[in-house]
Write a protein that binds this ligand. Sequence first.
Ligand code: ZN
Length: 342
Amino acid sequence: MKAILFRAHGGPEVLEYTDAPKPEVRHGEVLVRVRACALNHLDIWVRGGLPGVNFPLPHIPGSDIAGEIEEIGPGVTAVRVGQKVVLAPGVSCGKCAACVAGLDNRCRDFTNLGYLIDGGCAEFVRVPEVNCLPYPENLSFEEAAATPLVFQTAWHMLVGRAELAPGEDVLVLGAGSGVGTAAIQIAKFFGARVIATAGSDEKLAKAKALGADELINHKTQKIASEVRRITAKRGVDVVFEHVGTATWDDSVASLAPCGRLVTCGTTTGYDAKVDLRFLFVRQLSLLGSYMGTKTELHTVMKLVAAGRLKPVVDRILPLSEAAAAHRYLEAGSQFGKVVLKV
Ligand SMILES: [Zn+2]
């Protein structure tokens, strides 16, 4: 089969469009003919390598996949050959206390398609049957592939971790990113007021079209001062963080008393300082969040199929142009998802 793979970590130039062995399906697994695979910042981290993580090489990246079932392995009962599917990115043991409680993103063996196992930047991918989600027929393969990782992540952050309540104020950083576009919609779905930040007025206009109530251009305005102005000095109840070092101080300073900051990433770096006096006097909560559960993803996909939440696709490139897609994503000028068509 054709695939994108890398034999060593590095820049986009390590990505090869080449032939790779078609995976052999095992017990409880299905072989999916990939039609579209969306990129995430995770792909850039995996390609570059992470300290302390031993990725198997050569490696096929790609966590967000839509396609059709080509073949089913022994013991597979819930899906059939030819069926269209969207895949849950998370793969876990399915047997431990966390997994049986439906908290699979807390499993000790939790990984993602394209992380410690081969992913969907290929014509075929092998996945556990349990990762097959009902296909939302209102979406193209590219839109479907653009949905799972960011919507699951944003849902887990806002609902699972920050326990967002109706009427609260939410600051969504990096509104042009995939998680940002998901967070705006989910926060509005829960009846929150959304303040969105982005680095260009063009992106902010698109954020407004998605439902954002207030806009901050972080290139020309100071985030914390604008939040104080918009909220009449109170601050926001929830800060949706994934930017890291560049925005951390503004994020903490933007919190209202008893506010919650929830973070899922550090695209600009992971060094941050916390003034503990503010933490306890203002009774702040700093929450980490990683991916989401399959149960949350089932809920998300139901709302997507009903048209209540919509994936945002910035652009679609052919699989063979994965390196160009990585460069584009790293440049940060996208609004929404970059998707590879297979
Ligand atoms: Zn488990």
